[in-house]
Design a protein around this ligand. Structure first.
Ligand SMILES: C[S@@+](CC[C@H](N)C(=O)[O-])C[C@H]1O[C@@H](n2cnc3c(N)ncnc32)[C@H](O)[C@@H]1O
Length: 296
């Protein structure tokens, strides 16, 4: 092979590598780093779809989801909580103020979230009860049996992998400890071939946009089995999608200020979906509230 030909091939390979890097979904911490300090809510800095059973706005629905998780976990003054994927720590401040656990240790892999959340917690006078650290849900920088509760509000779908996170949660929980997740998984296929294709396309679109690892595409039964596989007992996986997706979709349709707060790329992708009913837009997704206990 001549010099000119090998230079050309090396150049083409370089271009291919660059194109592949651009087409690859970003890592989760790069994704949130790119989104910056852009919350969904006007009040607080929440980043979840919200629980809409009694909420009328995104500002009510996001804290309502944290309240639901706090109640499901039975949080109380005796508890040390490990909260992974805390966003900007609104949920931790809400739990500290409403449930008064002894201590909350937050772990997050996005440095920007850790920095801003720490400053917010300090300003709210809660730094002695909420300790926020950089760290991953799948390799927690924490000793064995150090907490009573592990929580993950709308983030476990990101973890690489969710199964590794469950094993870590089992390790850091004391015997008898509880785990509660608000999580998004693919819906079990239902309906005719066309409907199933649409379901699968809508899950794939979400998974790509949110950098969800393939290994996390468990539907409800397989999802529950993952908890049992690492030794949890009393596993319950409650579908609450009807109290999440329609309210979120309706709010995006009606609340212009909320829609405008989404990143430009999300607005572009979501705008055509506003004309479609929530039942169709979210046909491929299941939203679950999961609870389990470490034996002991
Ligand atoms: C959709 S946001 C949810 C934030 C918050 N729970 C809320 O409800 O407002 C997901 C959060 O999970 C964090 N996260 C993603 N992967 C993580 C991992 N492997 N370990 C720890 N945090 C992670 C992100 O940095 C982000 O803060």
């Amino acid at each position: 092979m001549g010099q000119a030909q090998s230079t050309r091939i090396a150049g083409e390979a370089g271009l291919l590598r660059q194109a592949w890097a651009v087409l690859q979904p970003p890592s989760v911490s790069a994704l949130y780093g790119l989104l910056g300090a852009r919350p969904f809510t006007g009040r607080g800095m929440w980043l979840n779809l919200g629980h809409w059973r009694d909420a009328r706005s995104i500002d009510q629905a996001c804290p309502a989801l944290a309240q639901l998780v706090g109640e499901a976990a039975g949080l109380g003054p005796a508890d040390t909580v490990v909260d992974v994927g805390f966003g900007f720590a609104d949920q931790d401040m809400l739990w500290a103020e409403r449930f008064a656990p002894q201590r909350i240790i937050g772990l997050n892999i996005t440095p920007l979230h850790v920095r801003l959340a720490r400053a917010r917690v300090r300003r709210r006078g809660l730094a002695d009860r909420i300790d926020l650290r950089e760290g991953s849900a799948t390799a927690m920088p924490l000793p064995d049996a150090c907490c009573d509760v592990v929580t993950a509000v709308e983030c476990a779908f990101h973890f690489d992998t969710r199964a590794d996170f469950l094993a870590e949660a089992m390790r850091v929980l004391r015997p008898g400890g509880r785990i509660v997740l608000a999580d998004i998984i693919p819906a079990a296929p239902a309906g005719g071939a066309l409907r199933r294709r649409w379901q699968s396309a809508s899950w794939r679109a979400l998974a790509r946009a949110l950098s969800v690892p393939r290994a996390n595409a468990d539907t409800r039964d397989a999802y529950a089995a993952r908890f049992a596989a690492v030794g949890f007992e009393g596993v319950s996986v409650e579908p609450i999608g009807d109290e999440v997706f329609p309210g979120f979709h309706q709010a995006l349709r009606e609340d212009e200020a909320f829609f405008a707060r989404l990143p430009a790329s999300a607005r572009l992708a979501y705008r055509p979906l506003l004309r479609i009913e929530a039942g169709d837009v979210y046909a491929g997704l299941d939203y679950v509230l999961a609870f389990a206990r470490k034996p002991g």
